[in-house]
Design a protein around this ligand. Structure first.
Ligand SMILES: NC(=O)c1ccc[n+]([C@@H]2O[C@H](COP(=O)([O-])OP(=O)(O)OC[C@H]3O[C@@H](n4cnc5c(N)ncnc54)[C@H](OP(=O)(O)O)[C@@H]3O)[C@@H](O)[C@H]2O)c1
Length: 179
């Protein structure tokens, strides 16, 4: 069975980015991490077969000096954007399928573990019960407002805490499974 996984950094008040999409606060904290410390990101990324990204997150990462999703196929989900509308690094394709349709196609293509990234996109997968794990690293900052990783749901979702760890520099990371 194909499985979808989330790995996000959030402010203490639950935001993944400022309202305008800026993640300067996260970049500032990341720049202060001890050399070689990535809070488990590289090992998580290695274990994924492909990345499914919200269109807004894709546009954001296009502004990075380095393409962060090297070596993996990236599928950008958009209901409106067409591939030719945006510059595309190698390995990037667009999809306007529903999340369930896309996962069926990816499963047929042999993918097992999917890294789902982008606030609105994560919310739509969660709403459809398509997420199997969430790793959430809390950064010790309050932003007051921004883009939330979680949104409205039609019903409660219960999660199982699998691991929890913290670092002396103030990050706290919890990994939850969704049964
Ligand atoms: N802190 C972190 O760990 C972290 C992680 C990821 C991203 N971010 C930040 O979060 C910001 C972007 O997040 P976001 O919540 O604004 O947007 P997002 O989820 O990246 O992108 C939203 C867009 O994705 C498309 N989309 C979403 N759900 C869809 C669905 N079910 N089917 C088809 N298309 C779908 C739509 O594109 P169209 O409008 O084209 O239809 C939608 O407008 C960026 O600033 C990024 O840097 C932070």
């Amino acid at each position: 069975m194909i499985q979808c996984h989330v790995f996000v950094a959030i402010s203490l008040d639950g935001y993944i980015a400022r309202e305008d999409g800026q993640i300067d606060w996260l970049e500032q904290y990341n720049a202060l991490l001890p050399k070689g410390e990535d809070c488990g990101y590289a090992s998580f990324y290695e274990s994924m077969d492909c990345v499914v990204l919200g269109r807004k997150s894709f546009e954001k990462v296009l502004s990075f000096s380095q393409w962060p999703y090297s070596g993996k196929p990236v599928i950008v989900m958009s209901r409106s954007a067409k591939e030719q509308m945006l510059a595309q690094p190698q390995g990037v394709t667009f999809s306007s399928k529903t999340p369930a349709e896309l996962l069926t196609r990816l499963e047929d293509d042999g993918f097992k573990n999917v890294y789902v990234d982008g606030g609105e996109l994560i919310q739509s997968f969660l709403q459809l019960n398509l997420i199997q794990s969430i790793t959430m690293t809390r950064i010790p900052i309050l932003l007051g407002q921004g883009k939330s990783v979680f949104g409205k749901l039609d019903s409660d979702k219960k999660l199982l805490l699998k691991t929890s760890r913290s670092w002396s520099f103030g990050f706290v990371q919890d990994r939850y499974d969704l049964p």
